[in-house]
Design a protein around this ligand. Sequence first.
Ligand code: AMP
Ligand code: GLY
Length: 420
Amino acid sequence: MKCLVVGSGAREHVITGALLRDPEVESVVVAPGNAGIAELVKCVPLDVSDPVAIGDLATQLDVDLVVIGPEIPLMAGAANALADRGIACFGPTREAALIEGSKAFCKEVMAEAGIPTAMARVCTNAAQAQDALDTFGAPYVVKDDGLAAGKGVVVTADRGEALAHAETCFEVGGTVVIEEFLDGPEVSLFGISDGTTVVALQPAQDFKRVGDNDEGPNTGGMGAYSPLPWLDEGVVSEVTKRVLQPMADAMKNRGTPFVGVLYAGLAMTTRGIRVIEFNARFGDPETQVVLSRLLTPLGQFLYSAATEQLADFAQLRWEQGFAVNVVIAAEGYPVKPVLGVPILGLEMLEADPDLSVFHAGTTMNEGKLVTFGGRVLSVTAHAPTLALARERAYEGVAEIEVSGSHFRRDIALSACSTEA
Ligand code: AMP
Ligand code: GLY
């Protein structure tokens, strides 16, 4: 099988590595990729927001499967363009990706499917927003309706700040979703869907705020671990039954079946499971700790999802133990990352079989590896216990030098005390 992977982050780096481990995968090309991916396979330039360019590249490479990593090409219609050419694509059409592209649309489908989620109101002006804020009370949750790379959500005790965020969105003609605050630990669960059948992967937890103890602004994600020692065993099958399968069914009934990753962001509240949001793709950095432990051949698995044959993959195989991922972010991230800063120390880690450094915002400049994005590297360690995996990940981070960079020091920390 010949594969094309679209994207340039650590998520695409781990996907590429997993595809290469599948004996049925003959070759992988990544577009546009990054400096780390380029060490594994051929990378070619691509404007990922251009579905025609993606279709042309897939045709030219004569691939059997295209795996789309990020949301931008999905929302732009990459899967639609590939379907028109008869090329198998792992990733939803533009219409199905709307579960991520519009929070208001997602809420509508969840309501229709009876999926447990926060009570919410869609607002288009300040009067509606004020009324919604007062109905739900503090802490206030205000979400920009459209795509915002995890940065369009404000959760605050300050009513003025909540209203100001809503008004900023209204000024550019936007819509906001204001909703009830959900209290409780968060879980990310990926359901692989072929449009009909859904197979859940193992759960992960992501750390979205930039600073330790969940302080500071939201980011794309600063670290993750999987599986979750504190999560009851029955939760994955409960979420599959009450959240993932109903979502797939609802999308199919609407005539826009969802093929790809149904990413459920969940809050484990005292009143039960609630969906915080759906994304239409693998999460980053969760993918680094989930797919790196999957033993089932990824190429065959994703191809079966792209071709409506997922029922063959009901039983997945997993590596024992735990994975912990720590993201090294460039100085200034998430506001304005400093680019072009040298990245040193990686060669020290290459020989360690339990440690993987997935690249995100990296590039080569005059023969030197330098920063090229906000999240620079994603250091992932595997070990028999969560505590050991955590220790190993931080040992790896300590070897790497990127001037001005920062990382969270508390990834998976509190979960270690819940290990048996
Ligand atoms: P989203 O983009 O919807 O995932 O939101 C980003 C982050 O904001 C989530 O991971 C949560 O930490 C937080 N958040 C979103 N919605 C809520 C909510 N209703 N209650 C509490 N926190 C929320
Ligand atoms: N880690 C959060 C996301 O991928 O959206």
